[in-house]
Design a protein around this ligand. Structure first.
Ligand code: AMP
Length: 568
């Protein structure tokens, strides 16, 4: 078992380092030292996760629970803890200070009774796990007790990182890229091999353990597994799709359906559905489960597709309608009957025990066609998306116009020989759609309104994402153009994410929700930490289907900014 001290020491050092190379080296050192059973846990911990993202498991520890545990462990009142957090701006630092003070007072006591207990990484995990799993009467108390135990058994330095981990915000700026390279370094394997193993497992913890136990060979033998969703392949917008098609010579053109992404895992009669964010949405969509069970002929398969909510004429309904179906918890059956779904399948990643992502698109497509039987059942339908293989730009345009006519978004232009790259956005999948530039930005701040709107959050600070440092960088505020009704809905959603207030009356918001924002122009600005600001930003809608880290990146902002310059 590895001591949690090792982990805390690494975090402390990384916090002082600014360069990626040095950070990677320190993470590699840590991973190299940890026992193989604890490697998956450590790998997730260092990325601020307690459970792997694909598992859908939530830790569900809020600040009030955490403060209560710290209060019980230290004897300091919750009020005083809150005040300290307001000053330090960090529960981690506050926990360290509080426990240091407590230990100072107990110094003679502990010198008499010996050293503090040595907390192991797995023990921290087990306590978190218990806290996350209890439910029902008395569960709050059990959660607090487990956290209190951790605070009681840790040094002030360890407590700092336990507190931050409990909120899944370690603040050491270590993301997937660093961990991937650290695994490669620690176990002397090529980063590409680690990357591929990550693509098929979607779990760097599993990858780290395999690398330690069996090196490259073990990594290469890892494959996709049913009911462990993989990241979805993403598409890129291209400023000149025609030129891209010309360079591909022949491209695979499909409609870009206006619905919601769904990843389907079929294992015999059991069907599990995951959203684009890999949430398990099976129970909200029994009609989809049924149609897949009946018309997908493979014993075991993982399929990729777009679910579209349609009206009685088979025309797509507004995007929000399908999202409502995906998130529905009650009255699921009635909704299924009144809003039928058209399922358009466009890829297959796994078939009867075989991982298919390294096959070219056209071969995967053959496998897909062979196992799906197109059908319409009670206005619900299932089909493999039609595909046209062509290099003829006029024909592409015809397909594009037909897609728009049918109420869809445009077309996807795919490279016929390309592999399926989970989580990757690249030129192998391009989208062609009418240009209305919008950005998906994370809400990171909010202010209360005035007068009639005093009980509503009236203005929202939005931010792009910088994956290298895992930071959200502010780009401006939106608020105008929202009706009271919309503000009320947003307030209900965002108020629970509120944190501390700054001097300007802006409350910090935990970045969980994305807004789609239209704007006139991106300008350089010293007022926001992204270095950019939006001119005339307008709220278009929320994007609950996307994870916060899927907010547009600083890189994309820079690209849109320089494209704008070229047009001027
Ligand atoms: P965007 O969300 O604008 O980045 O566009 C990519 C999304 O288009 C994918 O995540 C899918 O949900 C959706 N989509 C619709 N039709 C297709 C298709 N034929 N192939 C791939 N993605 C599609």
């Amino acid at each position: 078992m590895t001591s949690f001290k090792e982990f805390a020491e690494t975090c402390k050092e990384i916090e002082k380092i600014s360069g990626t190379i040095e950070t990677t080296r320190r993470v590699a050192e840590l991973l190299g030292k940890v026992d193989v059973e604890e490697l998956p846990l450590t790998t997730h911990f260092i990325m601020s996760e307690v459970f792997p993202a694909w598992s859908g498991k939530q830790l569900g520890i809020g600040t009030s629970l955490l403060y209560m545990a710290l209060s019980r462990a230290s004897g300091v009142s919750v009020k005083s803890i809150e005040a300290l957090v307001r000053t330090t701006g960090d529960i981690g630092e506050s926990s360290l200070l509080i426990l240091k003070e407590k230990r100072k007072n107990q110094a003679t006591f502990s010198s008499f009774f010996g050293e503090e207990p040595d907390l192991s990484i797995s023990e921290v995990y087990e306590r978190f796990k218990t806290a996350s799993e209890v439910s029902g009467k008395g569960s709050q108390n059990i959660k607090v007790k487990n956290l209190q135990y951790l605070f009681n058994s840790s040094s002030p330095r360890e407590a700092k990182y336990i507190a931050r981990l409990a909120l899944e915000e370690l603040r050491v700026g270590v993301g997937e890229g660093v961990v991937r390279d650290a695994i490669a370094k620690a176990f002397s394997v090529k980063p590409e091999v680690v990357e591929h193993a990550y693509m098929v497992t979607n779990d760097l913890g599993i990858v780290a353990a395999a690398a330690k136990e069996g090196g490259a060979k073990a990594l290469e033998s890892l494959g996709i597994k049913l009911n462990r969703p993989i990241k979805v392949m993403l598409s890129q917008i291209s400023p000149d799709v025609d030129a891209e098609i010309r360079s591909m010579k022949v491209a695979a053109i499909e409609w870009k359906f206006d619905g919601a992404r769904v990843q389907i895992h079929k294992n015999g009669d059991s069907v599990t559905l995951f959203s684009r964010r890999l949430e398990n949405v099976t129970s909200s969509l029994p009609d989809l489960v049924e149609i897949v069970r009946k018309h997908v002929k493979a014993e075991a398969a993982i399929l990729d597709g777009e679910a579209v909510a349609v009206d009685e004429n088979g025309k797509p309904r507004a995007f929000q309608e399908i999202l409502k179906r995906f998130r529905r918890k009650y009255g699921v059956e009635e909704k299924a009957a009144s809003i039928p779904i058209q399922l358009n399948l466009f890829d297959i990643m796994y078939l009867n025990g075989r991982t298919l992502i390294d096959l070219p698109l056209l071969e995967r497509r053959k496998a897909l066609e062979a196992c799906v039987e197109s059908s319409v059942d009670n206005s619900h339908s299932i089909a493999v998306a039609e595909q046209v293989l062509t290099g003829d730009l006029e024909l592409v345009n015809k397909v594009y116009q037909a897609a728009l006519q049918a109420g869809h978004e445009g077309v996807m232009v795919k490279k016929p020989e390309s592999f399926y790259s989970p989580g990757k956005r690249g030129k192998n999948w391009l989208k062609k759609k009418p240009l209305m530039e919008t950005l998906d930005l994370a809400v990171v701040g909010a202010e209360w309104g005035f007068g009639r709107r005093a009980t509503l959050l009236g203005s929202y600070t939005v931010a792009c994402y910088e994956p290298k440092t895992s930071r959200f960088l502010r780009m401006g505020k939106v608020g105008t153009g929202l009706s009271d009704e919309q503000l009320r809905e947003l307030t209900d959603m965002i108020a629970p994410l509120m944190g501390e207030e700054d001097l300007g009356g802006v409350f910090a918001i935990k970045p969980e929700l994305l807004f789609e924002i239209a704007f006139e122009e991106i300008q350089k600005s010293p007022n926001y930490d992204s270095g950019y600001a939006l001119r005339f930003p307008r709220f278009i809608g929320i994007r609950p289907d996307k994870a916060p880290e899927e907010a547009d990146s600083l890189q994309r902002i820079e690209r849109v900014y320089s494209q704008q310059r070229k047009k001027l």
